[in-house]
Design a protein. Structure first.
Length: 561
């Protein structure tokens, strides 16, 4: 059987969004993800996945649990079988006790193709000449497992010899299908293996040496590959990135290899032109600063603005930098100027400042009305930032737009109060209209508690002593009701106007019952943060055991209600 210690180690590595998206398509929704529930006849996305807490829940049929439960239910597996399935997805080696159970066959289709491609490259003279012309050495070729995909027939023959069906190969993106039949996904291209955060091979990138208009292609989306959630070479860069506290993100495979060859071993590459919302959970795992180093051409600068805006609005710190002289990192390295790349990533412009400068430079306002319009665009960007961060750009905006200090604000004051009112009133309206989601059901539970705290001093004191501020997401409301309760405070006004029909709790038991799911959610989130932290494995184990014990006590308490 599988050792309990091995299972606990696996749980620390599980990313529930990665696991669920292996089976069904998921979509970002606020800080969570949503998808069609596979456990009932679902027409609209009713399942929510919380990556921080590691749980999924369907608000239609009630299905819910962690990643292991999902795999068990979806594939109709036993607990040990689900553990082995997830271990395979995470490229994790389980340990067993003496009575080891037989493992299901794992054909490792992409790994077999990768071996073929790597062997092919040894005889692909044109491809090797190209790589050597870009200053790639044999050591770099081996380190990044570069290969050569020859003819389609060669790849299909390999699959046949290893008893791999075309349907199995199609499921992992090794082959494609059209009206004429099956054919290999990569034909006559240099191949770049793409591994996920845990090191599992999930796809390939391919570069043509001919006149194909698609110079670079990626594996098709499959049950294991989604280019919008993966960063090339993250498995190689994460150790160095965690040690340095910074992750360099560039545009392509060759750029990424050039950075590593130049000593910038914390570099990764996007598999498109810019970052997406789906990359955010991966970037937040190590609380890393991000350095964007895209090409200095028009497309690269556009991608830099889009990515910097996305990162800034998701409270990820970092800066944007470009390679001088209009070169890309791979070209600079090929010209034996790799030493410059270290200097490039040591500089740059902070994300928010970069976006603000880009907005104003692109608008180039000349008249007062144009200035006003441009200021509005800057304010719109700043409205997604914290008040402290947003207001830090006031001096810069004033200088660039020729505005006097104190003549405008980017956020805060009346604008902040207005946004607070609009945000929560929009929530109240959506709740009253029946538009319940994973996010606002939890929100509603908090507002019910806040309203009761506002109306009943005993309930307020009970909540303060029982759990305090930490379990609540809407901390501004908690502080408002536990503070002076000023009727002009936007939080107090909203509670009084939009939640006036909230039913009061009639006993301390009802209060405790309402707080319970919030406390459980908080502990699950804390456990996820510990699992993704940089503390030692032993400290993680101790902390998680403590949290698990508290969760068990809460679950036992839940059964009594």
């Amino acid at each position: 059987m599988i050792s309990p210690e091995s299972i606990e180690q696996l749980k620390l590595r599980i990313d529930i969004v990665d696991i669920v998206s292996t089976y069904i398509s998921v979509k970002k929704s606020g800080s969570a993800y949503v998808c069609i529930c596979p456990f009932h006849d679902d027409r609209n996305p009713s399942m929510s996945i919380n990556p921080h807490k590691g749980f999924y829940h369907c608000f239609s049929c009630g299905a819910g649990g962690d990643a292991i439960k999902f795999v068990m239910e979806y594939e109709k597996l036993t607990y040990p079988e689900a553990i082995e399935k997830i271990a395979n997805l995470c490229n994790f080696s389980l340990t067993y006790t003496a009575s080891k159970e037989p493992k299901k066959e794992d054909k490792r289709i992409l790994e077999q193709l990768n071996l073929l491609y790597r062997e092919n490259l040894k005889r692909a003279h044109e491809a090797r000449r190209y790589l050597f012309s870009r200053s790639l050495t044999g050591e770099l070729i081996e380190r990044f497992e570069l290969g050569w995909a020859g003819s389609s027939a060669q790849s299909l023959t390999l699959l046949q010899k290893n008893d791999i069906t075309l349907e199995e190969a199609l499921a992992v993106g090794a082959v494609k299908q059209n009206e004429e039949g099956f054919y290999a996904s990569f034909i006559n291209r240099i191949t770049f293996p793409i591994r996920d955060f845990s090191g599992m091979l999930v796809g390939f990138g391919g570069r043509t040496l001919g006149n194909n208009p698609a110079k670079y292609v990626n594996s098709p989306d499959s049950e294991i590959f989604n280019k919008s959630r993966i960063l090339y070479a993250y498995d190689k860069a994460k150790k160095s990135a965690l040690a340095l506290g910074e992750l360099v993100i560039c545009e392509g495979y060759m750029d990424c290899i050039a950075f590593h060859a130049s000593g910038v071993t914390n570099a990764v590459a996007v598999l498109g032109t810019a970052l997406t919302e789906s990359h955010i959970p991966l970037l937040k795992k190590g609380d890393l600063k991000v350095i964007l180093c895209f090409d200095a051409d028009k497309a690269g600068q556009g991608a830099a603005v889009k990515s910097a805006r996305l990162l800034a609005q998701n409270a990820i710190d970092g800066r944007v930098t470009f390679v001088p002289s209009g070169k890309d990192p791979a070209e600079l390295f090929a010209a034996q100027r790799g030493d410059v790349l270290k200097d490039v990533v040591s500089g740059g412009v902070e994300f928010g400042e970069f976006v603000v400068r880009s907005i104003i430079e692109n608008a180039a306002p000349k008249t007062p009305l144009e200035v006003e319009k441009t200021l509005g665009e800057v304010k719109e960007f700043c409205s997604f930032l914290s008040e402290i961060v947003a207001n830090s750009y006031e001096r810069l905006v004033g200088e660039l737009l020729g505005l006097k200090a104190g003549s405008f604000v980017l956020t805060g004051g009346e604008n902040s109060n207005l946004r607070a009112n609009l945000r929560v009133r929009a929530f109240a309206k959506s709740w009253q209209s029946g538009e319940h989601s994973a996010k606002n059901i939890k929100d509603h539970a908090e507002f019910v508690i806040f309203k009761n705290m506002l109306e009943n001093r005993q309930i307020l004191e009970f909540v303060k002593q029982d759990c305090g501020e930490e379990v609540f997401k809407h901390k501004d409301f908690y502080r408002a009701v536990t503070g002076s309760q000023n009727i002009n405070n936007p939080c107090i006004r909203v509670l009084n106007s939009d939640f006036k029909d909230v039913k009061p709790f009639d006993s301390p038991k009802k209060v405790a019952e309402a707080l319970l799911p919030l406390k459980i959610a908080y502990l699950n989130e804390s456990r996820a943060e510990v699992a993704h932290s940089l503390m030692s494995d032993e400290k993680k184990r101790v902390q998680i055991l403590k949290i698990n014990k508290m969760l068990a006590e809460l679950e036992e308490q839940k059964m009594k209600f």
